[in-house]
Every structure is written in C-alpha cells, then in structure tokens.
Design a protein around this ligand. Structure first.
Ligand code: SF4
Ligand code: F3S
Length: 112
C-alpha cells in the first residue's frame, strides 16, 4: 500500500507534502507532484498537510487512474525534496473540478 497524489494537486502544487515526507518519495511534474509507490512507507504524515486535500491512501475506492499515474510518472519525473514556490495563482485552482482534462502536463518539473 502507498499514498497517492490525485488531480486536486494540479496547478496548486503547494509542496507542504515534500517538507514532511521522511523518505523523500515525491516527484515533480510541471503542474503536479506524484508519489513513488515503491518508496512510500505509508506513514500518512503528508495527507493532512496538503491544503488541497490531494493526497489519499490507495486503499480508497475508485483510485485506479491516480495509482497508475503516480507509478508511471514517479519513474519519469525528477525527485523533489525541498519545498519550492507554489504557483502564484495556486489558490484560484484549489477545489476546481476537471483539472486533469484541461491542465495536466506530462512534462517534468525541475526537481530540487
Ligand atoms: Fe511520504 Fe509518508 Fe506521504 Fe508516503 S505517506 S508520501 S512516506 S509522507
Ligand atoms: Fe500537491 Fe498538496 Fe503536495 S497540492 S504538491 S500534494 S501539498
């Protein structure tokens, strides 16, 4: 089992999660972060830290898309271990529905 980042992270990217993860298993895309399921130790510390409530345990129902997406892109995107600056308009994207369809990017972030 692992925790997964869902579409609520897209264009919010607050990165509070990065600060608390004891095993540095977050990976950075252009618009969102993902968790490497093989590295996550399932501690749950990051879940309440996310202001967008984007992080959930993979035991919740209907998460197949996000489980797959976290596994795929954590193998492609750079590791991020230090919280950077969130997008200036992050709060405007918080709680917006349908962000995956219009805003998801496969491009990597810069990592740190
Ligand atoms: Fe890191 Fe723990 Fe969150 Fe997994 S559950 S991503 S180990 S803080
Ligand atoms: Fe994303 Fe939440 Fe982390 S918005 S970057 S999962 S704190």
């Amino acid at each position: 089992m692992a925790y997964v980042v869902t579409d609520a992270c897209i264009r919010c990217k607050y990165m509070d999660c990065v600060e608390v993860c004891p095993v540095d298993c977050f990976y950075e895309g252009e618009n969102m972060l993902v968790i490497n399921p093989n590295e996550c130790i399932d501690c749950g510390v990051c879940e309440p830290e996310c202001p967008a409530e984007a992080i959930v345990p993979d035991t919740e129902p209907n998460l197949d898309q996000w489980v797959e997406l976290n596994a795929k892109f954590s193998a492609e995107w750079p590791n991020i271990t230090v919280k950077g600056d969130s997008p200036a308009d992050a709060d405007e994207w918080k709680d917006k529905p349908g962000k995956f369809e219009s805003e998801f990017s496969e491009k990597p972030g810069t990592g740190s």
